[in-house]
Design a protein. Structure first.
Length: 59
C-alpha cells in the first residue's frame, strides 16, 4: 500500500458508497446478552484463575 499513490482517494465508510448513495444504519454499541462466564466455566474440563486450561501442544 505504501507504493501506491492514494492522495486523491476519498476514504470510504462502506464499499457500496463509491457507486451509489446509501444511508448507513448504525446502532448503539450495547451489550445485549448477560454475562454467562460462570455458566461457561462450569462446562470447562479444566480451569484456573477464571481461564480455560488446555493441554500443552507445542514443546
Amino acid at each position: 500500500m505504501q507504493a501506491v499513490d492514494t492522495s486523491g482517494v476519498q476514504p470510504l465508510a462502506h464499499p457500496v458508497a463509491a457507486i451509489q448513495d446509501i444511508a448507513l444504519r448504525l446502532r448503539e454499541d450495547v451489550a445485549s446478552e448477560p454475562n454467562q462466564r460462570e455458566a461457561n466455566m462450569r462446562n470447562a474440563p479444566a480451569q484456573g484463575e477464571g481461564l480455560f486450561l488446555v493441554p500443552k501442544v507445542i514443546e
